[in-house]
Ligand binder design. Sequence first.
Ligand SMILES: Cc1cc2nc3c(=O)[nH]c(=O)nc-3n(C[C@H](O)[C@H](O)[C@H](O)COP(=O)(O)OP(=O)(O)OC[C@H]3O[C@@H](n4cnc5c(N)ncnc54)[C@H](O)[C@@H]3O)c2cc1C
Length: 407
Amino acid sequence: MTLAGLSGGVNTPARRSVLISGASISGPALAYWLHRGGFAVTVVEKAGALRAGGYPIDIRGTAIEVVRRMGILPQLRDVHTDSRLATFLDADGSTLAALSPATVAGSVEGQDLEVRRGDLAEILYAAVRDDVEFLFNDSIATLDQYERGVDVTFRSGRQRTFDLVVGADGMHSQTRESLFGSEERFHRHLGYAFAIFTMPNTFGLSRELVLWNTPGKAAALYAVGDSHELHAFLNFHQPAPPLDALRNPGTQRDLVAAVFADAGWEVPAIVKAMRDADDLFFDTAGQIRMPHWSSGRVALVGDAAYAPSFLTGQGSSLALAGAYMLANSLAAHPDHTAAFAAYESGLREFAAVNQALVDNGAATLFPTTERALEQRNSMLRDLVTMPSAPPRSAHSALVLPEFAVIP
Ligand SMILES: Cc1cc2nc3c(=O)[nH]c(=O)nc-3n(C[C@H](O)[C@H](O)[C@H](O)COP(=O)(O)OP(=O)(O)OC[C@H]3O[C@@H](n4cnc5c(N)ncnc54)[C@H](O)[C@@H]3O)c2cc1C
């Protein structure tokens, strides 16, 4: 028997129950919209609490409309990073170009937002925590689908039955793996590995991004507001995924340090800070591309289904739009098979054009050859003289339908 079945009275139609795995961006956003659509929602997150941290992320185009409809646009405007400057440096640290960050990213100034990932997660969570059940420090151990529901056993040992389950558990989704098989089948490696960490702001940077490049190597420092901390980023060309470093976190610092051993500017100080960092995040740049985003009563949302990679800057926007479209489809269609089909047909094109940004020049911030770097630099010089760059049409390529009322 489902939880929805337990809660249903004689005259009250039972609320359909949904378990969401993952409480970062797509999970809480989906929970919000499903609650509005009349569902009983539970979110399970393997971390002990909402995860803070992460680089600033962008909310643009269609995703701005999603957060406006959620009523959280004012809070997000309050935490907008409002970065003023993006400075590009060459190998010895001399300035190549200084631009507005929105121009570089193809964002619409005064409309699109850049916020700390942790701030976005916190605001989404606050919007929904009183209305849905959150289970922290737990995760799905097994999923057994049958005709009328999904039996879930959690790692903690608790057992529950839900009408539907959604994996919002990110790029390396366990839900995807348990349903569709190993990540390699869906992962498109984009040729880079990177390390992100925080370090003391000993450079006196404020509301700005500084990016240093040589062919195949980039170091960036991001000062959000006047913080004493900088977000540091070391990115490098890696044609095949560094499997050893991905499997053995102990070797990640050595790999990054070896790649940047002969780098100029302040890179040696950044590498030293990486060695001391207690929040190092190491991964490869990649996308998830799947032929289908659901199987039976289980679906995927956000990075788990269609991660576009940081090279597009569209991960969170796609996650927000995807959460809206999935909840809307489920609210509109009593039959989950029809709902999941509508979710896919409504979102697939938007996911595809945003993933395609990497093939249309979005990776030009990280050129891998001398020639590509020269071309990138000349493009930057052109941007300096332009009044403003046009926004990227991919960011707004989805017009949201009105949110469905329960049939
Ligand atoms: C701590 C953190 C830092 C990040 N930093 C950046 C960044 O600097 N730049 C950037 O572009 N993107 C970053 N991201 C990714 C960014 O949030 C996503 O690209 C995008 O917002 C899509 O979000 P998502 O909710 O689909 O997936 P994610 O944001 O990846 O969230 C997945 C969530 O699922 C949880 N989870 C994973 N496995 C399980 C499981 N088995 N059971 C239960 N829960 C599980 C994770 O703890 C996480 O909370 C970060 C993500 C996290 C979690």
